[in-house]
Design a protein around this ligand. Structure first.
Ligand SMILES: Cc1ncc(COP(=O)(O)O)c(C=O)c1O
Length: 398
């Protein structure tokens, strides 16, 4: 039973100008923006050039507030728990800087956490003597919940940090169950939802997380250069605030005293690309209107049929995990990464190269230096899946 009728899918593709020109299987890089998002951004830039940047911000104040509302609704929270920032990395760094780490504290993470998160952890270890402990994985590839429970029990970490969907494979971590373990121990919990937002259902209450970071441009189909952070009521009540607050996040009361603002906006900076905030809000509303559950089902189905099709051509599919999503990674042993990427591009197929450097632990275990990353989204078609699989076979039969 198809998720949508052919007419519905055609309408969704019609909303997406980029569909006409490319077979876009790089949604994990940046999804194609729907027309509504493109118009929201362009309209605001036009307004800024017509009446002035600050004046345009004032004129669109209600629409800007509505962007907080849409993003909050998408992840199951209230606008007061959302902070808009420049990208997922900034959101993550803001949250990390708010955790009251002390010398010798432990941070528990996974073997599959995002490269930049791992580098931030190592940087904190180098400067502040934080110990990094990675929870064990199950045979299938995701975090082992009993192993995680034992790790938390043993180390009493200050923070558990988990990437929901990694950049380098189709693995989906059991973030709700991990959250339940964190709640058992009352441990702070930070989720990186950069690759999952827009392709998986995200509900911060079910995850029980204290912070969740995300970006606008990937499966959410918003613009580049925009992201947001969710901060829980618990985190706000604990007075957790970023190390480097600016005048958006705090009020300078006296020469030697400031007050942190009560909402998640303490994680923001004062200056915004308001066109991109409006684009993000529009993308969030668009995702809600399309239907997040249907999106999640269709994206997973397209990715599963792509895995099946490339495996039938003899390729090794590298994705692991009991639950898998819209990211498909494939070993192409007969080519150099950049050449293969270019060969696909010449045939109108957008893809990405995922190298060992993005996923040192995972790719060493898999014994690969690089993989071609193919990431379809709900607006792609079954015919495109067939085309991509047969093009891979034609170019690079293993
Ligand atoms: C899992 C994951 N987390 C975080 C990021 C960083 O996102 P941004 O580039 O918006 O900072 C990425 C980017 O690819 C990602 O894949």
């Amino acid at each position: 039973m198809p998720i949508w009728s052919a007419e519905r899918l055609a309408a969704l593709r019609n909303d997406t100008p980029g569909c006409e020109r490319r077979v876009h299987f790089n949604n994990a890089g940046a999804g194609l923006m729907p027309r509504l998002v493109i118009d929201a951004i362009k309209d605001h830039i036009d307004l800024e050039s017509d009446i002035g940047g600050y004046e345009a911000g004032d004129a669109r104040a209600a629409a800007i507030e509505d962007s907080y509302r849409a993003v909050a609704e998408l992840v199951g929270t209230r606008p007061a728990n959302i902070a808009f920032v420049e990208n997922a990395t900034v959101a993550y760094a803001q949250a990390l800087s708010a955790i009251p780490f002390e010398f010798g504290d432990v941070l528990v993470t996974t073997t599959n956490d995002y490269i930049s998160n791992q580098i931030m952890f190592l940087s904190m270890a180098r400067r502040f003597g934080i110990e990094i402990v990675r929870a064990p994985d199950t045979e299938a590839g995701e975090v082992d919940l009993d192993g995680l429970r034992a790790t938390i029990d043993r180390y009493g970490p200050r923070l558990v940090a988990v990437t929901h969907v990694p950049t380098n494979s189709g693995l989906v971590q059991p973030v709700e169950q991990i959250g339940a373990v964190c709640r058992e121990f009352e441990t702070l919990y930070l989720v990186d939802a950069c690759q999952s937002l827009g392709q998986c259902t995200i509900d911060v209450a079910s995850m029980g997380c204290d912070f969740l970071s995300a970006t606008s441009r990937k499966f959410l189909r918003g613009p580049r250069g925009a992201g947001f952070l969710y901060a829980s009521d618990r985190a706000l009540q604990m007075q957790l605030a970023p190390l480097f607050l600016d005048m958006q996040g705090a009020v300078w009361e006296e020469a030697d005293r400031y007050e942190v603002v009560p909402t998640a906006r303490r994680f923001e900076n004062w200056e915004f690309a308001y066109a991109l905030v409006l684009g993000t809000g529009t993308a969030a509303q668009y995702a809600i209107d399309v239907g997040v559950d249907a999106v999640a089902k269709r994206t997973a189905i397209l990715a599963a049929s792509l895995r099946e099709a490339v495996a039938a051509h003899g390729f090794r599919v590298l994705d692991r995990g009991s639950t898998q999503c819209g990211i498909v990674t494939v070993e192409v042993p007969t080519w150099e990464a950049a050449d293969f990427h270019r060969a696909l591009e010449r045939r109108g197929i957008n893809s990405a190269v995922s190298t060992r450097g993005y996923a040192v632990i995972d790719y060493d275990r898999k014994g690969v230096e690089w993989a071609i990353r193919l990431s379809p989204h709900y607006y792609n078609t079954e015919d495109e899946v067939e085309l991509v699989a047969s093009t891979l076979a034609e170019l690079a039969s293993p």
